[in-house]
Design a binder for this molecule. Structure first.
Ligand SMILES: *Cc1c(COP(=O)(O)O)cnc(C)c1O
Length: 373
């Protein structure tokens, strides 16, 4: 199998979307270059307006990256030392780090085994008098089950924060990710569904006071130059990234539609393969397939088999946050979150991006079937 019958299929090719938009991106670059204004200018204002409208929220506040977006939301709410933030046990570590950087303790809750997202039925048992917020992640491109989460938050007086880093454009009961809680953190890391050409992030919210605090916090705690109200940070979405993101935002719905189409080809082609667990879109959810994740008990062997056929895959993620050295202090040993641990042991993401052809998806599916047969 070392001689693949087709050209290699990389896991993700970030050249193609930018080749298609080459002229528009170059125009955006020149507009910023010629403006002579690079931080907190008109491009940022326009992008914030366009992205807020896209998500269906009142405000958008651009920041330096997705981790800062989540961290600054907690800071702006005054959540910190002595407080607890409920997070999924099954997520990228950034969700936990946001709580830690604010000085709070992340309290993990296991996912629903079908959607991989935090299981609302398990949240109540994790709430203590110190709990201040629930940070729900829309993992892999599908919104978490927000209605029961919002109901619980209301009952206990908690804030609901969405980690929407992987779900730009996803819908839940018709509403977009970013407008499903009190505030949402977005990442425009290049590989996300809406990616900048570098680091960038944003917060969306309907809360006027929160948006104001965030605008101050991202800019040294200052609204008026050299007048500092609070000890702030330097975390800004620069003009260049804002201008480039505006070009790409116009394509997001088309790209997500293509992702959905390719995901349905996979779901069709991968039916009935022994030991292979397929992803599913929950009811009332419009999944945007940031990644197409399957589970297999012999994941490493499957990955090697695909690699030998020239097919790139990625593991999202190999080790859950509670087993990372960075969180040794929490003393959450192996076996403390078995659902997450099993997911982390078995998941493998197959290539899926809007520029992949249907034929390529079928080739990947055939290669998976050949392995499992
Ligand atoms: C990418 C990501 C982040 C962090 O975003 P950055 O822009 O890389 O800081 C946070 N949470 C999740 C779930 C992510 O996938």
């Amino acid at each position: 199998m070392t001689n693949p019958a087709h050209p290699p299929i990389p896991f993700l090719d970030l050249k193609k979307p930018h080749q298609e938009l080459r002229n528009e991106l170059a125009d955006a670059f020149h507009a910023v270059l010629d403006s002579g204004w690079f931080i907190q200018g008109q491009q940022l204002v326009e992008f914030e307006n366009e992205y807020a409208r896209y998500c269906g929220s009142k405000h958008c506040v651009g920041v330096g990256n997705g981790l800062d977006a989540l961290h600054l939301i907690l800071r702006a709410y005054g959540i910190g030392a002595g407080d607890e933030v409920i997070v999924p046990s099954n997520t990228y570590i950034a969700t936990w780090l946001a709580a830690s950087f604010a000085g709070a303790t992340p309290v993990p809750v296991e996912p629903d085994a079908n959607t991989y997202n935090i299981d609302p039925a398990l949240i109540e048992a994790a709430i203590t008098p110190r709990t201040k917020a629930i940070m729900a992640v829309h993992l892999y491109g599908q919104a978490a089950d927000m209605n029961p989460i919002n109901a619980l938050a209301k009952k206990y007086g908690l804030k609901v924060i969405e980690d929407a880093a992987q779900a730009q454009g996803a819908r839940y009961h018709g509403k977009r990710a970013g407008a499903l809680g009190d505030a949402a953190g977005h990442s425009f890391y290049p590989g996300k569904n809406l990616g900048a050409l570098g680091d960038a992030g944003a917060i969306t919210t309907d809360d006027d006071e929160l948006a104001h605090k965030l605008r101050v916090l991202r800019n040294y705690g200052s609204q008026v130059k050299y007048k500092n109200e609070v000890k702030g940070f330097n975390s800004r979405l620069d003009e260049l990234q804002a201008a480039l993101l505006r070009v790409k935002l116009a394509k997001l719905d088309t790209w997500n539609e293509q992702r959905r189409k390719l995901a349905s080809v996979y779901l069709n082609e991968l039916q009935g393969i022994k030991d292979l667990v397929l992803p599913s879109a929950a009811e009332n959810n419009e999944h945007v397939w940031h990644v197409f994740v399957v589970m297999h008990p012999r994941r490493e062997a499957l990955q090697q088999h695909l690699q030998a056929m020239g097919i790139g895959t990625v593991i999202h993620y190999p080790l859950p946050p509670h087993l990372q050295e960075a969180y040794a202090e929490l003393q959450l040993g192996e076996g403390s979150f078995p659902i997450s641990e099993r997911i982390h042991q078995q998941v493998i993401s197959l290539p899926l991006d809007p520029y992949l052809g249907e034929e390529q998806v079928k080739q990947v599916a055939a290669a998976v079937r050949a392995f499992a047969a």
